[in-house]
Design a protein around this ligand. Structure first.
Ligand SMILES: [Zn+2]
Length: 440
């Protein structure tokens, strides 16, 4: 008797963990049940992927969906719509909301809110504070929790644990990998006095200089060694940190951002003004080259967008009152596909960094690979599709992208979530089907 599936993805070139292969993929009850389904197989629904690449559902492990917060800027419904339109099947959402996700009560609210409101699957970060270390071991085991996030340097919101004793107390609470924003708060504060209101936007990379990031990462690495607690350094942004992290691969993993692989200072500040301001800053060419070297030599484990929307008025304030953070969840996949077409990395390495890497680092063990029994999440890509990124394509209510006008080759045509096509050709299909991601 011929096999029957809920969904068959036919004719595509699949990016499998062991290489690219032409194979028909069978899906049953939301899981991958066949790689290389026979031509005689039948299915309730068929997706013709002829001429297209079938990637595992991509994961953005670093977004700020601002919910609870100001829905006129971003929310879980709008931000996850942006994610699936941009080719992501999963996002991991940061805790510096208003109120922040730092205790059982706020976590329970978010766990209950995601089903029915999220269009992709979601992992939840718990924010570390000066007073919640005693609760973190239990909180990090909660349903859907991807990690604790510790801000050692200040950015949007008021989550901050900047001193060694406070960071060590968090590291000694619980066992799972902690995600760190590692800029050194003391150096940031000391250097602020060197600048005055209304200085050029490019001063952002002088204020939060290389040493702010490098000093912070050195301190986190010393504490990770001391406590044995695994650390994930998000948005590594300097050549010095990449070089230093070589000696800490037993305790540390690293993220690089799409922006740091795409934009270069000071030119970006001259072109974009406040729309180039983010933390840590977009830096000069030496650091851009170091980020690409780290992609090529394996030092980087994950790529994130650090999607962090603000209103236009907040972005257009004079520096340094400009709100730091850029939209990015909808544009990250097209931009990385464009980098693939430009020969900067292979499609296989992109999948490693944007699917398998986040799944491995955070313990989402049923996601990130096309493999039997895994969640049937897919990002279907046309590597030849040419398109220009436009502000009016952005569905985040803030309504802008720093990449407007960028010409792209390579585009996500469909997003499939646990066997259901949730985006096809710029259209979000059906109700909000996202759920909490399972982590080990
Ligand atoms: Zn962030």
């Amino acid at each position: 008797m011929a096999e029957h599936y809920d969904l068959l993805i036919r004719g595509g070139t699949c990016v499998l963990p062991w290489g690219e292969a032409r194979a028909d993929i069978g899906v049953t009850a939301g899981r991958i049940t066949a790689i290389g389904a026979p031509a005689s197989a039948s299915a309730a629904e068929s997706f013709d992927a002829t001429g297209l690449y079938v990637l595992p559902g991509l994961i953005d492990p670093h977004v700020h969906l601002r919910d609870p917060g100001d829905a006129a800027i971003e929310s879980i419904p709008t931000g996850t719509r942006a994610a699936v339109l941009g080719g992501f099947a999963s996002v991991f959402d940061m805790p510096n909301t208003s109120p922040a996700i730092t205790n059982a009560e706020t976590l329970a609210w978010k766990q209950g809110y995601i089903p029915g409101h999220a269009f992709c699957d979601v992992g939840i970060y718990i924010g570390a504070t000066r007073t919640n270390a005693g609760a973190l071991a239990a909180l990090e085991r909660g349903a859907g929790v991807c990690a604790i996030k510790l801000f050692a340097g200040s950015t949007t919101g008021d989550l901050l644990v900047e001193d060694d004793a406070g960071i060590e107390a968090v590291m000694r609470a619980g066992t799972r990998r902690i995600a760190f924003h590692s800029e050194d708060e003391y150096r940031l504060q000391a250097r602020r006095a060197l600048f005055t209101k209304g200085d050029p936007y490019a001063c952002h990379m002088e204020w939060r200089d290389e040493e702010c990031a490098f000093l912070g990462t050195r301190r986190i690495m010393a504490l990770a060694r001391k406590t044995g607690r695994p650390a994930h350094i998000v948005h590594v942004s300097t050549a010095e940190e990449f070089d230093y992290l070589r000696d800490f691969r037993d305790v540390a993993t690293a993220e690089v951002l799409v922006n740091h692989l795409t934009q270069i200072g000071p030119e970006c500040y001259e072109t974009l003004g406040g729309y180039a301001v983010m933390n840590p800053p977009i830096r000069g060419r030496r650091h851009y080259e170091a980020a690409w070297a780290a992609v090529r030599n394996g030092l980087v484990d994950t790529i994130g967008s650090d999607h962090a929307p603000h209103s236009r008025s907040a972005k257009e304030r004079p520096w340094p009152d400009t709100a730091a953070g850029l939209t990015g969840v909808q544009t990250a996949v097209p931009i990385m596909l464009n980098h693939v077409n430009a020969g900067r990395l292979s499609l296989g390495r992109m999948v490693d960094l944007m699917a398998a890497g986040p799944a491995r680092v955070y313990g989402a063990t049923a996601k990130g690979r096309i493999a039997a029994g895994f969640d049937a999440d897919f990002t279907i890509v046309d590597l030849k599709r040419c398109r220009t990124i436009e502000n009016d394509w952005i569905v985040t209510p803030a309504g802008w992208t720093p990449f407007a006008g960028m010409q792209i080759t390579g585009w996500p045509l469909a997003t499939i979530l646990r066997g259901t096509v949730v985006m096809r050709e710029d259209e979000v299909l059906g109700p909000a089907r996202g759920s909490l991601i399972r982590f080990t």
